[in-house]
Design a protein around this ligand. Sequence first.
Ligand code: SF4
Length: 143
Amino acid sequence: MGDREEVPSWRYYYQYMRENTPFVIYYPTCGGGDECISACPYGDKIWETRPMRVKLLGLGKETIRYRPVMVHPELCKRCMLCVQACPTGALSPKEKEPRHHWLRLLIEALRLPFKKRYGIRYVFRKEHRERFVRNNWPKARHN
Ligand code: SF4
């Protein structure tokens, strides 16, 4: 799926998540570090990263980036580790979706230094830094 025209907007996957899983992801505030996937005990069985057209945290132009999509929600145990690990608040249970996503991003960013399990050290782990680069600049993904 390399052609820009074939790659759906983030809105498509936002709706997919809303209709098919217990969660929503507001992709414009997702950083693409895949912290949710690595926190999930069934990470690669439940999640995939898919290409979609989206900005990076509202910056730059909308272009093709990879973002987490729950492809096997039936395997989810509702443990909420993925939600706890999300550093931006982009991922939330459907019934608790924030009304103001950018405010939520700000609050989560301020909380990050005080989070024990999924704080700054977790977010800046080597694997998340690498995934951040690969997911946001997908040409690097194929090198
Ligand atoms: S709730 Fe738990 S099992 Fe379900 S996707 Fe999140 S981390 Fe994985």
